[in-house]
Every structure is written in C-alpha cells, then in structure tokens.
Design a protein around this ligand. Structure first.
Ligand SMILES: NC(=O)C1=CN([C@@H]2O[C@H](COP(=O)(O)OP(=O)(O)OC[C@H]3O[C@@H](n4cnc5c(N)ncnc54)[C@H](O)[C@@H]3O)[C@@H](O)[C@H]2O)C=CC1
Ligand SMILES: O=C(CO)COP(=O)(O)O
Length: 384
C-alpha cells in the first residue's frame, strides 16, 4: 500500500484558500485550552495567522479562569503582559493572542477550533459548546487521551466530532511544549480521515521553520499513539526511579511500542503500521520517556516506594499542569478487562496495578507468578 505522507508545500504569506468550502472572509481561530501546550499552540497559530492572508489576525485562547497568588485573574494577566505566567512563564505569546475566560464568547465566531485541554475535561467542555459554535466549524484535537464508554474506547476526536457534529482531525508528535516554546526544532503529525484539503489547512496553520508538520490518513492510529505512549512513559519513569539504567528503559520503550501497536490495531483494524514511524509514534514515545511530565512524576513515585500518591506528586511537582498517563492506564485497563485481554498486555496492565497501589513500583521490572515480567511474556507480540 502506498504510504501517504504529505509535507506542507506553501508558506505563510503566500497562501490562498483553495478548498471547495472556502469563504471570502478570513478564518478565525480559537484555541480551547491554555495550559503548557495550549499556550505554545496559541503562540504558533498566532504567528501564522498574522502572516497568512486567509486568516484573521486575532487568535482567541479560552482560559479556564483562576486567581493567581498576586490576586490577579489569569486571563487579565495574560492580556496585560502577553504571557501565561502560570503555565508558560517567560514566553511572549504574540500580541494577537487574546485570552478569554468566557467559553461561549471565545468560540462564537470561530471557523477553526483547536482543542488542547487535559482529556478528562473535554466532555464537559463539549457539552457546553453544543449549539454554540458555527455549524461549518472545523476542529483539531491536540489532546492525548481517550474516554471509555460501554461499548469500548472513544477517542477524543470522535467525542468532539459526535457531540458537536463537526469534523475533527488530530495533531500529535514528539512535542514537549517547553522546547517548542523556545523554537527548538521538532516534527508533528496531523491525522485525518481522508479530507486532505482540511488536513492541509491544519498543516499550514501549524507549520513553521522549527515545527515541521506532516499529514497521514489514519486519525485513530495517530491519536492512539499520542494517548498510549503516556502509559509507557509512566513505566519508563518507574524504571528511572528504581535506577535501572538505559537498557531497561529501552526495553520498556520497545515492549511498550509493541503493546501500543497491538492495542491500536485490535481497537481499529484500519490503523496503519507506518503511523508508528511518524513523529506521533516512535518519536513521541522516545521524547516522553526521556523528558516528559508522566516520566518525571512516575520517577518520584518509585523513589518514594509508592508511599505518596500520584495525585499528591502531580500537584507538588507540576503545580497545576496535569498528567494523562495514570488515567489513561486505568482506561486501557478497563478496555482490556472487558475483553479479557489483560494477560496479552502485561506492560499496560502492570502500570495500572502499580498506579493504584496493588503492585509495588518494582513490579515493573520483576518476574513472579503474579507480576509477569513483560519482557519474558511479551503477550501482545503474539498478536501483531
Ligand atoms: N505539555 C506538553 O508538553 C504537551 C501536552 N500535550 C497534551 O495537551 C493536552 C493539554 O495539556 P497542556 O496544555 O500541557 O495542559 P497543562 O497540563 O499544562 O495544564 C492543565 C490545564 O487544565 C486546565 N484546567 C484545570 N481544571 C480544569 C477544568 N475543570 N476544566 C477545564 N480546564 C481545566 C488548567 O487551567 C490548565 O490550562 C493534554 O492532553 C496533553 O497530553 C501534548 C503534547 C505536549
Ligand atoms: O506529549 C508530550 C510530548 O509530546 C508531553 O508528555 P508529558 O505530558 O508526559 O509531559
């Protein structure tokens, strides 16, 4: 099968709309979320929107309002200083980013909606958006996570699409936000369902000389890569906390990648092997296992022998930023449990059991009758 990877061809400043649904007016973008990655995404979009004639200069960013220790509201602080002092201190977002604490107001006129909140909040946000957005709006999800419904996993892009009745592509990749904020080079992958024009619009809106974006027709594969690697990153962090060294961590990444692929293909038979070689796949897995927040908090959890909870360590170490790996491990565990597949995914299963305190952190690298050393069992390897 021919591999479909499309690099962005046109540059900011020279672009004109070419799709069948192009409107004469300039497109308006709203970013829904203003955490660490949300703020960086707004910065990238703002640079491109200002340079592209088909976009309105102003980029709105919905802020989940909070009060800073100084007594300032976060939104007014951002609008006064052009800086998100809580989630991305020291970085100017661009003068055309306007923070807005009123969700409905922020999305009212938007043609393009970029969702970038922790995954646990998306459903309630979408509920508030029903009937409040343009009917011809298009969405992009940067959110790494999923929901579990009665009939199985529901990807966040699907949740957005179904609840709001709009198309939703995804953008995932090896994208540690703090590095992109200072414009260090990296890549990302847009996943789409077949509408290449729409995918190219997202590629164009995000591409910069330091942020290289490709598109692949495999929305579920791209999204599952971004989601599942957070579980593997917890395992990598546990190994770091136990001071196991690089070989062990590399083994965890390799086995984790196999479980990611097996789980994804069991859930969606359309998922392509090639997706795992894009930025959203192996590259994101590596960067998150080396330098992500999931890794960091799991390392601290192992160092204290599991005596402090992930919630407590998250609050202390991340100061308002959120982990996705612990809840994703639970969600994956639920799906595996419903289908009787837990033994086939020993790494995913063991991570959850450790997170909830049923196994000690050391179980990630130990073998016993009850804690199968996943390196020996390699259950899912037998499937794919
Ligand atoms: N930070 C990073 O390096 C990257 C993050 N991502 C993904 O982006 C998504 C968003 O993460 P970040 O922007 O990093 O956020 P974050 O973890 O830095 O910040 C948490 C955000 O959640 C908001 N929040 C807290 N309670 C809320 C509520 N009840 N309702 C709505 N919002 C609430 C906070 O105001 C804050 O904006 C996640 O799925 C993450 O996996 C993806 C790539 C890189
Ligand atoms: O997704 C990420 C990098 O691509 C960030 O991962 P963490 O949430 O573990 O920091």
């Amino acid at each position: 099968m021919a591999r479909e990877t499309e690099r962005q061809g046109e540059t900011a400043g020279g672009a004109a709309d070419s799709g069948g649904t192009v409107e004469a007016r300039r497109r308006r973008v709203t970013v829904i979320g203003s955490g660490n990655w949300g703020s960086v995404a707004a910065k990238i979009i703002a640079t491109n929107a200002a340079a592209l004639p088909s976009y309105h200069d102003e980029v709105k960013m919905w802020v989940y309002e909070e009060t800073l220790p100084t007594g300032d509201k976060l939104t007014s602080y951002i609008n006064r200083t052009n800086e998100n002092v809580k989630y991305l201190p020291g970085i100017k977002l661009g003068p055309n980013v306007v923070a807005d604490p009123d969700l409905e107001h922020a999305v009212k006129d938007a043609d393009l909606l970029v969702f970038v909140t922790p995954h646990q909040f998306v459903e309630s946000i979408c509920r508030r958006l029903v009937g409040k957005i343009r009917r011809d709006a298009e969405a992009l999800s940067l959110i790494k996570g999923m929901e579990v419904k009665k009939d199985g996993p529901c990807m966040i892009s699907n949740l957005i699409s179904e609840m709001l009745g709009i198309n939703c592509c995804v953008l995932m990749g090896a994208n540690i936000a703090n590095e992109i904020a200072v414009e260090k080079f990296c890549e990302a992958t847009v996943g789409h369902k077949g509408d290449k024009e729409m995918a190219q619009r997202w590629v164009q809106l995000f591409s910069t000389p330091y942020f290289l974006v490709s598109a692949v027709q495999d929305v579920e594969g791209v999204e599952l890569c971004g989601t599942l690697k957070n579980v593997v990153a917890i395992a990598a962090g546990l190994a770091d906390g136990l001071e196991m060294g690089n070989n062990t961590k590399a083994a965890i990444m390799r086995i984790g990648l196999r479980e990611m692929r097996a789980f994804s293909k069991l859930m969606f038979s359309t998922v392509k092997d090639t997706t795992f070689f894009e930025s959203c796949g192996v590259a994101d897995l590596i960067t998150t296992c080396l330098g992500g927040r999931n890794r960091r908090v799991a390392e601290a959890f192992a160092k204290c022998g599991g005596k402090r909870s992930f919630d407590e360590l998250e609050a202390e170490l991340l100061r308002g930023q959120k982990l996705q790996g612990v809840s994703t491990a639970r969600e994956v565990y639920e799906v595996l449990g419903h289908r009787g597949w837990q033994e086939l995914f020993p790494l995913f299963t063991t991570v959850h059991e450790i997170c909830v305190g049923r196994l000690p952190p050391s179980a990630i690298v130990e073998y016993s009758e009850h804690t199968p050393n996943f390196a020996l069992v390699e259950g899912s390897a037998q499937l794919y």
